[in-house]
Ligand binder design. Sequence first.
Ligand SMILES: Cc1cc2nc3c(=O)[nH]c(=O)nc-3n(C[C@H](O)[C@H](O)[C@H](O)COP(=O)(O)OP(=O)(O)OC[C@H]3O[C@@H](n4cnc5c(N)ncnc54)[C@H](O)[C@@H]3O)c2cc1C
Length: 492
Amino acid sequence: MELYRPHMKSQLQDSKTWDVCIIGGGATGLGIAVEAANSGLSTLLIERGDFAQGTSSRSTKLVHGGVRYLEQRKISLVREALQERDRMLHNAPHEVTDQAFIIPATTYWKLAYYGLGLLLYDLLAGRRRWGRTTILSKSKVHTLLPRLKGKGIVGGLQYLDGKFDDVGLALALAKTAAKKGAVLLNHAKVTGFQKKKGRIQSASIQDGLHGDAITIRAKAFVNATGPFSDALCRLDNPRHKNRLKPSQGVHLTFDADVLPGDKAVLIPKTSDGRVVFAVPWHGKVLIGTTDTAVDQPEEEPRPLAQEVDFVLDHANRHLGLNLGRKDIRSMFAGLRPLIKGRIDKTAALSRSHQIKTSKSGLTSVRGGKWTTYRKMAEDTLKHLKKKTKLRFEPASTQDMVLEAQNEFDRAVLPENESELTQAVLQAHRKEMCITVEDFLSRRRRILYLDARKAMAAAPIVARALASAQGRGEEWIENQINLFTKKALSHLP
Ligand SMILES: Cc1cc2nc3c(=O)[nH]c(=O)nc-3n(C[C@H](O)[C@H](O)[C@H](O)COP(=O)(O)OP(=O)(O)OC[C@H]3O[C@@H](n4cnc5c(N)ncnc54)[C@H](O)[C@@H]3O)c2cc1C
């Protein structure tokens, strides 16, 4: 089935009982939708906003094992993620590419320390290794990163990891799930559950577009709401205690010339004991991230002034730059759905995942990383087989190639009005693009690359979407206002 919303909506009949209803259309939920549909289960996914609107569009864009987790001795997490990194490259070659990273070192001791870490990283990848880490002389580091001149560098290391467009992959997963028979509905929110003898029988859905309420019956309900997992659990059990400790991470986007060449950089030691990345992405450079504990997750998290200062300060200090707020083309914040632990510091909390089913039958999938989305989905299906009455044989997705992307570049906005209108109409028809933000943030990544450019395109996009959906002037004006407000929040 094509990703066309009216078709998807027409599949929701009150009388049908689905095998699985997945709540949340980020990396976790979409991965589970592919896995479940591939195993022959009738599968429905409900997303309150747009696909990947939450954390899954706000990552560092790395497909990686996580070099820094080696220092925390999370060996099995790194090994698992490295296996998945390789699978992602093979299964979604249109979205994932390899990327060379440089770690500059300021002492020989550090050079040896990072070198040993990367040797272990390569070893953990086993036969799925992507080339060997190389040691770089001081002059080679300066050639590759010319702005670092005079920064006390003694040498460096170059290793390979992966890079992707997180939303591109999310949409490829949505298309793959739909092709396997899953029904997916964005802009629809789960607002409550109905129970019989203490077990969840159905969920109430509010359609965000038309305002109607729908009741969905399913044999299994999966909570894949990322940082909002605890809030959804409270719809099931008002006495539910928080299992997550979300943490905010911020990225700033700059023009490509702040990092000449095609290498990414890993700054190995920030003032709060983490790493910062500078990554060439879609013709710009992303620098981040931060790790700020959050008490109450918000749907639209915003970078804090001190987080912006932190990223600017580290970029300037370690990359030989002189960046200020005026150089920021866009900025964005995401919430890590971290599982609570004994440690308070969010940077030290585990990035592994956890799957648990409540007494009433709500299965919550918590934690994890984009890179491990497929493994999380595989584990969820195994869990459902054990914990529910669903009878099925899980079919492997290990080597399943995902639906290829369209023949356009998500970083490019057509310059002329009629081409832009066509692009919007196509996104509406084939990728369930409903709002101006859906288009300028996610069908194309313009808001993340250059917020001012995105703002300028909003009126044409709004008119095209209004014509596709039979909306009038009031809707157009409202969409432009909403998007302008949103785009301004991406600027300092
Ligand atoms: C700053 C940052 C950088 C990161 N960088 C990387 C990286 O480089 N590589 C990597 O592998 N991982 C990275 N991660 C981790 C990765 O992005 C996340 O683990 C992953 O995206 C989480 O996906 P999710 O589907 O669980 O959550 P989300 O993407 O947040 O999806 C949850 C969805 O549930 C929806 N929802 C909530 N409530 C309801 C409801 N009631 N009804 C319907 N829908 C609902 C939300 O709208 C949302 O779309 C990063 C995370 C952060 C924060």
